[in-house]
Design a protein around this ligand. Structure first.
Ligand SMILES: Cc1ncc(COP(=O)(O)O)c(C=O)c1O
Length: 450
């Protein structure tokens, strides 16, 4: 195969190599047409929570396909969408029981922002339109979600076409080298939100959007405990809605239904996606309380929609996925296997002194490469995260790697296998990752201990 022959479905061929063609997938493994096996240590883009080829989900999809794959939401209600909405509402923090289904994460984020805005208009707060976001952060690839995405590499090309929203620093407290305790740092980061609100004018601020546990832009970033309640307090004080983007961290990924549940967070609106479709169908959702939905409905209804919103086939799959998550106890498994995984990654940090941080919750974890003392990034030219990703791929292990701002704001590997992962499989992932890091350390002449 010519590694650079363009394929019609791939717009990246000038910069990236061709990939092997997938043949089939089962559990946490994928096989190529040539019979090579890959272990999925990242659940695709941290999405395939249930693992591949679950028979109950496939059967539920088949049953729904035989009835109908589509019925337009403005013409018909459908049972799978209603049941899935109930199922989600039962598992979400109290009051988040009005659900609007979409087809992915960017759509979910945009829907949250539009619902917030329409609520403000419907309640006589037309001046409120700014949505403060964090830098760095990732909220999606469409224009509305890019407007709140804190990553110049992704937004600069399009900036003239977007009304970029104000940002505050993401709470990367693990990196700070000051004399403050973690809790003091958490408060300091949260207070930056209040300072920003005051600068922007509190009456013009509609919402604050954040990933409770950081995803692509911050690699499983967990803020100090004090951050979460303080953010809630600040939003309440200024009448600002708190939107939690749980597209990656939600639906059991971190060992709780929502990432924010670790701190009993009470967001006003939540976006979900990845885990609820789990790679079986394109599916996303927003969840909001009646008090936000009612004025919007009274105004004539949510001025928003997509052709595939509330699609019966997608929702039937989503319902079966939630059923399997319960039956297999996957949220608990994520918590248990997450502990095993973090232990394994800490072992790697003991071997490789250029691993400066190991973090995460449940099966959303990351290791960051930097100088351990100063947290200075490693030389950008080393492209260490990419090299480790390539070395792992060559060994049949898929991980998720990302550098933020050319590595200046972090160069890391995310490890986030499907929630069905077993202790033995976690061991295999850590072992192959260790071999991959050792190979790269050898190439770059980096120190290795033990
Ligand atoms: C936190 C977060 N929000 C939104 C998105 C966008 O989701 P999608 O790629 O499904 O549009 C992502 C995707 O990685 C994400 O991690």
């Amino acid at each position: 195969m010519d590694q650079h022959t363009p394929r019609p479905s791939n717009l990246f061929y000038l910069s990236s190599l061709r990939r092997p063609v997938v043949d089939r997938a089962e559990g946490i493994y994928l096989w190529t047409e040539g019979g090579r096996r890959f272990i999925d240590g990242s659940s695709g883009p941290v999405a395939v929570n249930l693992g591949y080829g679950n028979p109950a989900v496939l059967e539920a999809m088949r049953r729904q396909m035989e009835r109908t794959t589509f019925a337009y939401r403005l013409h018909f209600e459908n049972e799978p969408a209603e049941e899935l909405a109930h199922t989600l509402a039962e598992r979400l923090p109290a009051g988040l029981d009005r659900i609007f289904f979409v087809s992915g994460g960017s759509e979910a984020v945009e829907s949250c922002i539009k619902l917030a805005r329409q609520w403000a208009v419907a309640t006589g707060q037309k001046n409120r339109w700014k949505v403060i976001a964090r830098m760095p952060s990732y909220h999606g690839g469409t224009y509305g979600s890019l407007a709140v995405t804190g990553d110049g590499l992704l937004t600069d090309t399009f900036a003239e076409q977007i009304l970029m929203m104000p940002t505050v620093p993401a709470p990367t407290a693990y990196r700070d080298r000051d004399n403050l305790s973690m809790d003091e740092r958490g408060v300091r980061y949260a207070d930056m939100l209040e300072e920003k609100i005051l600068v922007e004018g509190p009456d013009s601020v509609l919402a604050f959007i954040m990933e409770p546990i950081g995803g692509a832009a911050t690699g499983a970033l967990v803020a100090p405990e004090s951050y979460y309640p303080r953010i809630r307090e600040i939003c309440d004080r200024h009448g600002i809605l708190l939107i939690h983007d749980e597209v990656m961290s939600g639906v059991g990924r971190t060992g709780r239904m929502l990432g924010g549940d670790h701190w009993n967070c009470r967001p006003d609106i939540v976006s979900l996606s990845k885990g609820i479709g789990s790679g079986y169908v394109p599916l996303g959702a927003l969840a909001a309380p009646e008090r936000i939905v009612r004025p919007v409905v009274a105004m004539g209804g949510f001025q928003h929609g997509h052709t595939y919103a509330g699609n019966p086939l997608a929702c039937a799959a989503g319902l079966a996925i939630m059923g399997e998550m319960d039956r297999l106890g996957l949220i608990d498994n994520a918590a248990r296997m997450g502990d095993v995984l973090i232990d394994g990654l800490r072992g790697l940090a003991r071997r490789f002194p250029f691993i400066a941080d190991v973090r995460g919750k449940g099966l959303m974890t990351a290791i960051e490469y930097a100088d351990r003392e100063t947290f200075a990034p490693l030389p950008a030219a080393w492209k260490i995260g990419q090299r480790i990703l390539d070395a792992a791929y060559a060994r049949g292990l898929i991980i998720y790697s990302r550098r933020v701002k050319g590595g200046v704001q972090g160069d890391y590997t995310m490890v986030a296998p499907p929630l069905i992962v077993t202790r033995e499989e976690v061991g295999e992932i850590v072992s192959v990752l260790g071999d991959s890091i050792a190979a790269v350390a050898g190439d770059l002449d980096l120190p290795v201990e033990g």
